[in-house]
Design a protein around this ligand. Sequence first.
Ligand code: IVH
Length: 694
Amino acid sequence: MLEFNFDIKNITEQEAKKQLEYLAREIEKADIAYYQNDEPYLDDAQYDKLRHLNSALEAKFPHLIRKDSPSLRIGAKIKSEFKKVELSVPMLSLADIFNDNDVSDFIMSIKRFLNSSDDVVFTSEPKMDGLSFSALYENGVFVRGATRGDGKIGEDITANLQEIKGFPLFLDKNVPARFEVRGEVFMSKADFIALNDKNVAEHKKTFANPRNAAAGSLRQLDAKITGQRNLSFIVYTWGEVSDIFWKSQVEFLDYVKELGFPVNPYNKICYTEQELIASYRALMENRANLPYDIDGIVYKVNDLDLQKRLGFLTRTPRWAIAHKFPAEKAITRLNNIRIQVGRTGAMTPVADLEPINVGGVLVSHATLHNEDEIKRKDIRIGDMVVVQRAGDVIPQIIDVLHDKRPIDSVEFQFPTICPECGAHAIREDDEAVRRCTGGLSCPAQAVERLKHFVSREAFNIEGLGDKVLEAFYQENIIKTPYDIFTLEERNKPVDLFSPYPSLELEKRDGWGDKSVKNLFEAIRQSKKISLPKFIYALGIRQVGTATAYLIAKHYHTFTAFMEAMVNLDIQLLISIDGIGAAMAKDIVEFFKEDHNLNIISQLLSVVQIDDFDDISSVDSAISNKTIVFTGTLTSLTRSEAKSKALSLGAKVAGSVSTHTDIVVAGENAGSKLSKAQELGVKIISEEEFLQLLP
Ligand code: IVH
């Protein structure tokens, strides 16, 4: 199941990058399930939430927009068995809105774009929950049908559309020479039930909903099967047309209706915002009585000239929007409040629910956000709660039925001890989350922390990849950083004097003498480590490579640093430019925990930390310059670039200002680059930056 435990306001760039990668992967998987396999596992709201999170993160960090970003494509790549069809006019998607205020905003943004206060006329059309199609007519003869595919290349479904009852194969001679209509193929609720009943009787696969049934029926390589299913269609827009003579959406709809295409009888023209909202309410109330599924209302600017002026964003028009129906709700019992511990020790409460069907999806967990949220809503174990699946990936508890509360119920006490490891869980004054202080000794955090420990900017141990570490942790081979350094000893063939049975790593699947030898060599080499890398490897909260460098630069030896921290002597620490009070507090807290001190003392017995010689006094082209990195760097990571710059005496800043001396712009640099251009700051490429390095 999908889980997103980040807060978009406070998310760090590093975390955002990870989330964007995750979102790209999840959206791609969901797209394939939806468009290619007709077996979606996310409902619309869940899917929309993913796309929204993706857009929000991209808006916040434009330079992190990936080449494979979901925002740059519409649907999924197409299934190979169908012939491909190039859509000369792309088939686009619609942006979604969820409430009345959004309708106002939509209208306002249109007026603002047009720079006019004149009223704009809209159509309001039911948003059919089926699958869009394109049908091209040449001189009035149906010549080609297509699905949307990825928006630019669709699948050839000419034969399939021909099989749908009532699908016009010839049109009145007066139609434009090239005339492409677009609309939705769908299955009525009654036909869907009948089809599923028939499939049950024949021991065949049943469909989850009418939309899937329509998609599965239309996208049949054997078009005869399509003909055996009862599919319906309506037309709501057009694609390539050699001669557009209609001047508005309404005129188009009237025209195609005259030609014999079905159009939705609930399409309406609306002159005011109130009329749009009224049309939305009316259909929402009537939704259950309609013979087919709709999932919202589409508002379109009626006038074609205005549509043209408004134009398009990447994948959606500015002149149309989908007003989605609200999430479904249900009432169920809260069986337990479970605390999940994340990588950084963040403790997230999760509601275990008596499983309940919410709008067609079985829900058994909900998010409870954080400690305060539970308090504010006074949510207790045993309560009857209202669960909602909204534009949210994870279902939420939106209300508690206090009158149904069991008499023996007690207020929920958020644990102050980590349920995974028993360490103290503390909460900073200005933070919403409580965190386990167990660090590496907390199993929930350990593996992720171990990954950090061996990462490139830390101990840099090749051969201990994520998968290997996960397996080794599971099998008790590596539980702590120290275990890494005893691995070779523990792997030795058993003799009379050896304290352990051999791990026999070379006998593992995919391993051999050579890989084991290489791993041990990498571990041996990593034992000699620079001070900044060692400090960074400890995984102290908020201490990234740049901070680790600053600490090293000011304390010179690990002993000096540790002694100061253990004695709570933080004068020097907080005097360092770039280390604030909050960070200093995290650092001191780290050294207050016995288990962290244990890990450090074990490590000190096996590693050799080089004292830090301050090389920043070395004169370099960038010493004392303030540098900002933006965009994707190709030959080194952002952290490597930062530590290189720092080691040459430069200061590294996160944002561009008049104090910035140099901006290093990588690929897809965004707002920081524009800001630098605006302020006239010197901008150099990654390559030019590399040339500055000795
Ligand atoms: S107009 C450029 N009108 O919604 C706008 N779309 O999210 C093109 N849909 O792919 C679409 N009913 O499958 C339009 N009355 C309607 C619609 C409608 C359903 C679907 C269509 C489209 C998706 C957009």
